[in-house]
Design a protein around this ligand. Sequence first.
Ligand SMILES: *Cc1c(COP(=O)(O)O)cnc(C)c1O
Length: 240
Amino acid sequence: MEKYILDEARLKSVEENYKRVLSSVKEAAVKAGRDENSVRLMCVTKTVEPPYINRALELGADLIGENRVQEYLGKRDELKLDGVERHLIGHLQTNKVKQIAGEVDMIESVSSVKLAKEISKVCTAKGITASCLAEVNIGKEESKSGIYIEQLHETLCEIAELPGIKIKGLMTIPPICDEAQARRYFAEVRAAFDSIGSSISNVEMKILSMGMSGDYEAAIAEGSNIVRVGTAIFGARKYF
Ligand SMILES: *Cc1c(COP(=O)(O)O)cnc(C)c1O
């Protein structure tokens, strides 16, 4: 009863890619003068079919990131998720909060007070607290959601008042740019992360989620402690 036509060569390449990326993440941490285990590697699994995700999980991957609520809920039963942390990293519409609250370990894409209020409402009703990251729109791109850095402190102060939601750090996706510019963006987010520190009660600055396939080394150099890697592990995405 195979649902998928397994591509053995692709399975093999996921294995090689995962091992290679993991060791280069550790290397980048050491190069930045940090502990080799100070950066977590998230496998970004959007559009990837379960067997390929499971191959990475079998190799010890312990953190996955999904973009879409529907896609995650549809395929999670086929994933070997024992001991694996699951984060939602894609744009979250307020009308989807009900379906995802309590189903993932962290929502990294809290991009507005409005969304935070909905998460708060739903989680309070369920008697749970959602661990979240605030998403920073560092390039002020209209195509992306997220909070502008100038408004970050004020926005976090508002979210801090809400029950049922706890901000534990920041997530960002810089604009498409060269590595030097990406590093400047990452440095800006890191500076905000440090300056907020523990200054807002009920807000923690522990997790700094920055860096994807093309720029994770630069992000690690600027202090990231979660890198979100899709393409470099699973290959180019096919959208269907
Ligand atoms: C798709 C995605 C990634 C991974 O991107 P790659 O370039 O494939 O590594 C990371 N973060 C978010 C929010 C994404 O949507």
